[in-house]
Structures are given as C-alpha cells and as structure tokens.
Design a protein around this ligand. Structure first.
Ligand SMILES: *Cc1c(COP(=O)(O)O)cnc(C)c1O
Length: 390
C-alpha cells in the first residue's frame, strides 16, 4: 500500500500550522511516497492476489489504488474521516443500510434518489427493515423520529434529488441521537466541498462518486465516509463479504478525476447560479429551484450549513411533462441523458422514470450544469425554452 502521502490530508504540512485546504488535498493526497524514481501517480494495480506475507493478500480485501483514492476522499471530508470506496453509490448505500439490525425502524424521505428509495422499499417489503417515508425536510424527519417507539437509522439526502430540499442536518442529528439512532447523509448533491455532513452531526456520509467527484461520466463509484473507527471496521467487513468493491481501473479514473474536482465544482456552481437567475421570469418556466437563488426555500439553511450552492437547477415548466420533454429533446449542446455531475451539461425530465417519487412534479426538468461557457449554455437552453413558451 502507498505510504500516507507527504503532506498528509487534513493535517498541517511540515512547516505549516494550517490544515491543508480542500483544493490542495485534492491534488496532494493519495500520492506514492516521494522516493527517487517513484511515480508521481498511484498506478492502477491489476492483481487479484498478492505474494504471501505482505500487507495485502487478496483483491477483495484491499487494493493500493483504492487506498490512494480513499485518502483523497477522507481528506476532503474532514481531518478525522475514514473513507471506504465501493463499486457504485448504490453498493455504498446497501453496505451502509446493512448497519440497521433486522426488523429495525428506518426513517427516510418521500423524495430522494429513486435507487435508494427502491432498495429501502424492497427491504421493507421483505421485512428486513420497517421503513417510514416522510416529508423530506427537517420538520418531517424530526416528527417521525419522535413518533416512532424506537428508531435505528435516519437516512437523509440534502439537498434532495431532484427537488433540492435542504435538511438542517444538525437539528435532525440531535433528535436522532437523542433517540439512539444512526444518521446517514447522502451528500452526493453537495459534495465534500459543499458540505461537511460529519461535522454537522452525521454518523455516515455516502457519495455517488460517479457524479461530481469522478466528474467525467466515465465510471461508476461510491464512497462511505465515517469518523468512528468501529463503524469503519463494520463497513469494511460488509465490503469484504458483500463484495461490492471498486475495480482498480475505476478507482484510478476517479482519483484522476478528483485532481481537478475543486476547479470543476467552482465553475459548475457558478454556471448553475447564473443560469438559474436567467431562467427566473422566463415565460416557459413556472418555478426555478436552485439553492443560490435568495428566494429559494432552501437558501437560508443552505447558506448556513453549506459552502456552495451546488450545480443542479430544477425547472418546473408551465407546459408540464410535454414541455419538459420538448425542451430535453430540443437542445443541441445540453445532452438529454440521465445522471449528473459530469463536465458536460445534461438534462432530463425525472418523472420519465416510473420509479421516481410521485411527489416530484410531472414537468420537472433536472439540469446538471457542467463547465462549458455559460453563454453557450444559456443560448442553447433559452432557444429550447422559447420554443415551448405559451
Ligand atoms: C446517482 C445517485 C446515487 C447512486 O449512485 P450510483 O453511483 O449510480 O450507484 C445515490 N444517491 C444520489 C443522490 C445519486 O444522485
């Protein structure tokens, strides 16, 4: 395994008193030891087994390429974090959900990533857990925590996919911990640059690193990040036995993507806020959701607990589903595709998926804003919106 790099993530570099900034950690962490002739980058290590007697035995247990990736992910999440990489966001999510005992009560949101809701609903159906799905805000979650006789886990996304509801993590974590429950935050939309959910009281943070962290729409990868060593050990066991391990090439691609993540994130967030402003008042748009808009219902809490407002814009179209589909089909630069967080801008009507929450408006178009020139993005989007304006 590579040595902990010099400088180490989250700790002051030699000769410095300040912990390293995230933009530095993204570049400096997860590097091979600085020895004469050593490579600059951790290479993908493609080996299923290792000569006996060393620190790594078998590739389902450990891989040096994951370790490098995990050093960057942990460093970005905070100085006391431990990160575990998984084969996908859903592999991380199922390993974390496994922490709930059989039959335990789990409180979740009625609006959240459809895959997470799908998994938890399935487990509810088989009796694996007792799932209570409630309003996606802090008030809804806290009321459910207080109403249930015993809660094992509170699962929340903030901001939510795709409606951008923001949950006051501190308030929910306080209520959940008072009830003895574990708090899981899916931070995919916020990223570790946008919010440090562990510091806000979460016990586990999950990311679909497929999205902004890897950032190039070329890899599936997930991560679970914890501060508690015992939780890290439990999740490590789930990963070994569940087998949802990241491939070394995928880990390497994600690590490569992470080097430029702070730059990409800054540009994508700035583009998103500018485009959201321009969409306000467009005759085809009934409502614009973006946390950077002062009038957005999530803005106040986001401004308090987040460091950036994210790069998603959700539009409710006056013309409903038909208009949303026409806009998605009518752009030439924006790509009509599912997923998000790549360098390229994409858009889709979320309710085209039958498994999407019925609480999501039929005409909601989710825009994943990329890093292209904002004038080019606006020109293309405006034309498609003009074409469906009543
Ligand atoms: C995409 C996504 C996931 C699932 O991640 P995969 O990498 O596709 O498995 C989980 N949560 C959120 C919020 C997502 O957007």
């Amino acid at each position: 395994m590579p040595d902990v790099p010099d400088p180490a993530p989250g700790r002051p570099a030699p000769g410095h008193d300040q912990p390293l900034a995230p933009a530095t950690i993204a570049v400096a962490a997860g590097r091979p030891a600085r020895e004469p002739g050593a490579p600059v980058n951790q290479p993908p290590v493609l080996s299923s087994t290792y000569a006996a007697g060393g620190p790594v035995s078998y590739a389902r247990v450990a891989n040096p390429t994951w370790t490098a990736l995990e050093q960057v992910l942990a460093g970005l999440e905070g100085p006391h974090a431990t990160a575990l990489a998984f084969a996908s966001g859903m592999a991380a999510i199922s390993a974390v959900a496994e922490l709930a005992p059989v039959g335990a009560t789990l409180i979740g949101q009625r609006v959240a990533y459809s895959g997470t809701r799908g998994l938890l609903t399935r487990w509810h159906g088989t009796g694996r857990i007792d799932l209570h799905e409630v309003a996606p805000d802090a008030a809804g979650l806290i009321a459910a925590i207080e109403a249930a006789p015993q809660v094992a886990m509170v699962w929340l996304e903030t901001p939510t996919n795709p409606t951008l509801d923001v949950v006051d993590v501190r308030a929910v974590a306080d209520a959940a911990h008072a009830a003895g429950a574990l708090v899981v935050v899916d931070s995919t939309f916020a990223t570790p640059l946008g919010q440090h959910a562990l510091e806000l009281g979460a016990d586990v943070v999950v990311h679909s690193a497929t999205k902004y962290l890897a950032g190039h729409s070329d890899v599936l990868l997930g991560a679970a990040v914890v501060a508690d060593e015992q939780l890290a050990a439990q999740l490590g066991q789930h990963r070994i036995l569940g087998g949802g391990i990241p491939g070394p090439m995928e880990a390497w691609l994600a690590l490569r993507g992470l080097r430029t993540f702070p730059l990409r994130w800054e540009r994508a967030c700035a583009n998103a806020t500018e485009l959201a402003r321009r969409c306000v008042g467009h005759p085809a748009v009934a409502r614009v959701r973006h946390l950077g808009l002062p009038e957005d219902p999530g803005h106040a809490v986001a401004a308090r607990q987040m460091a950036s407002f994210g790069a998603i814009v959700s539009l409710d179209l006056v013309g409903g589903a038909e208009a949303a589909e026409a806009v998605a089909a009518g752009t030439t630069l924006w790509l009509h595709a599912t997923s998000l967080g790549g360098v390229e801008s994409t858009l889709e009507r979320r309710r085209r998926w039958p498994e999407e929450s019925p609480d999501v408006p039929d005409g909601l178009l989710r825009l994943s804003v990329g890093i292209e020139d904002v004038e080019d993005l606006w020109d293309d989007l405006r034309r498609a919106l003009d074409a469906v304006a009543p």
